[in-house]
Write a protein that binds this ligand. Structure first.
Ligand code: MN
Length: 154
């Protein structure tokens, strides 16, 4: 893992013209990772991975896998803005996504492989830690966006 802290700490970026941030706007190669627990009509977990300036999102109907051997369905949903990763609160009755949203896990991830139907990534968060995979299931219908989410055995 990169460690840029020794680069950042002695520099005053209000004064020096040196590079302050990498292009992605983060002080390392690690990207934002969050899972929000969403008590909507059905309780589910919204996993979001920072990519290309947005949060790629999946809804997981059951508790995300904290250890290897558990496979979870993860349904791809719409991209969310980056700042959404900090959102917690109550979406009022009658509105889209009504219900309480709480952060269930938060940290960073490192993409190892990102393909159309396979994403392998290293999560470093509180509850989830290690190498995880998202594998896209063959769609039965065109609109299907079902993936399997699981932790890799070492
Ligand atoms: Mn949701």
């Amino acid at each position: 893992m990169n460690d840029l802290s020794k680069y950042y700490s002695p520099r005053d970026f209000r004064k020096t013209p040196e590079l302050k941030r990498k292009q992605k706007g983060k002080p390392s190669d690690r990207l934002s990772f969050v899972i929000q627990c969403h008590q909507a009509r059905h309780l589910h977990y919204d996993m979001r991975l920072e990519r290309d300036g947005v949060l790629k999102s999946w809804a997981i109907p059951k508790e995300p896998p904290t250890k290897a051997g558990i496979k979870r369905l993860a349904v791809e949903t719409e991209d969310h803005p980056l700042d959404y990763q900090d959102f917690e609160g109550e979406i009022p009755e009658g509105l889209y996504g009504a219900g309480e949203v709480k952060i269930w896990d938060k940290g960073s991830y490192l993409p190892i492989e990102w393909k159309k139907d396979l994403i392998v990534f290293e999560i470093s968060a509180q509850r989830l830690e290690g190498t995880f995979c998202l594998v896209k299931l063959k769609p039965k219908e065109h609109k299907d966006k079902n993936w399997l989410f699981f932790k890799k055995k070492r």
